[in-house]
Design a protein around this ligand. Structure first.
Ligand SMILES: Cc1cc2nc3c(=O)[nH]c(=O)nc-3n(C[C@H](O)[C@H](O)[C@H](O)COP(=O)(O)OP(=O)(O)OC[C@H]3O[C@@H](n4cnc5c(N)ncnc54)[C@H](O)[C@@H]3O)c2cc1C
Length: 308
């Protein structure tokens, strides 16, 4: 980005832009080089104007929630990271078990609201450290349930800055995926939930959290499951069977608790993590003949590339 583009983006975003921001602070893996810019639109109009401007100028951008499913390479991100804030990170609670949630809202805050309002359905998301936008884009799921099943409407902004409203029938969710126009940013998701006693909702959230703690290294820096589960099997079981639990490259390690998690034990680089991912993929291909597919999204440039 040149100086004019930086000034214009700064004005469009009402000053909510920073330059050369380390992505290690915005991802749960705690690795990754700098984003050229990080922009935090606080309302729909600002998001629309920012996307239209970036598209017009040919500047790449990437929507990021909590970066809990992202591996940013060590050379950082050329262009602009869009992090939704303000009105786009709040929930409106409506009658009839409906909630319209800003895509930047954390799942933890959404669940706190569900508990208080006595609304059931999303308890399975407890302990997933993402946002509503990230959970919708990834169709995040656990314990046999998926986010998409609870979404009845969605608003997204296309790369030209136009808002589109989608109802359920127009949303194509599949395993860890939502089909959307490339460059569209989810702004809000509307959920329809069912009424239940707040204490029962709280109890179920507690139960899921407990199960998660028993199964996953949730206190360590990771991006959750690295690979998707292949049909009728588990990536973790296959990696464990290949004998890779505890394997280290630099500061990265295949978790001893759950083999489909790679953890940053301190000082890992994205390159360390990528090397482990490749090793796991190769070993599973050799031992089981199965091609694992990444669930974690790898973005950015390798180290040594000069951000513009
Ligand atoms: C300890 C741990 C446990 C986890 N457990 C689970 C689990 O049980 N099940 C599961 O499914 N996942 C799990 N995850 C992975 C991750 O938390 C989820 O995929 C989560 O939904 C990602 O949300 P996020 O906001 O962090 O998205 P990010 O990681 O920031 O982004 C993920 C993808 O979504 C896109 N995206 C984000 N926001 C938007 C938006 N507003 N509009 C358009 N695209 C957007 C990004 O561009 C990127 O491609 C876990 C991760 C950790 C660290």
């Amino acid at each position: 980005m040149d100086a004019r583009q930086k000034t214009e983006l700064f004005q469009i975003a009402g000053g909510r832009v920073r330059f050369h921001v380390p992505m290690s602070r915005y991802t749960t893996f705690r690795v990754g080089g700098d984003a050229e810019a990080l922009c935090q639109p606080a309302d729909m109009e600002c998001l629309c104007r920012a996307l239209a401007f970036l598209t017009r100028e040919g500047i790449p951008y990437l929507a990021v929630g909590r970066g809990s499913n992202l591996l940013v390479r060590d050379g950082g991100i050329r262009g602009v990271v869009i992090l939704l804030s303000g009105e786009l990170a709040r929930a409106e609670w409506k009658p009839g078990g409906r909630v319209l949630a800003g895509a930047g809202l954390s799942l933890a805050d959404l669940l706190t609201g569900c508990k208080q309002m006595g609304l059931s359905g999303l308890e399975f998301l407890a302990g997933i450290p993402g946002t509503v936008g990230g959970a919708a884009a990834m169709n995040a799921g656990a314990f046999g349930s998926e986010t998409g099943a609870w979404i009845e409407e969605m608003r997204a902004v296309d790369p030209r800055g136009h808002v589109h409203a989608y109802d359920r029938s127009q949303l194509r969710f599949s395993y860890r995926r939502l089909d959307m126009e490339t460059g569209s940013v989810i702004a809000q998701a509307g959920f329809r939930l069912t009424s239940d006693a707040p204490e029962r909702v709280a109890e179920r959230i507690g139960k899921y959290l407990k199960r998660r703690k028993a199964l996953q290294p949730i206190a360590e820096a990771s991006a959750g499951s690295v690979f998707k589960n292949p049909p009728h099997d588990y990536a973790g079981r296959l990696i464990e069977q290949a004998g890779l639990k505890g394997t280290r490259v630099g500061g990265a390690m295949i978790s001893r608790r759950h083999a489909n998690f790679i953890v940053n034990t301190g000082g890992a680089t994205a390159a360390d993590i990528l090397t482990l991912m490749e090793a796991a993929k190769e070993a599973v291909m050799q031992t089981a003949g199965i091609a694992l597919e990444l669930e974690v999204r790898v973005v950015g440039d390798p180290a040594g590339t000069d951000p513009a």
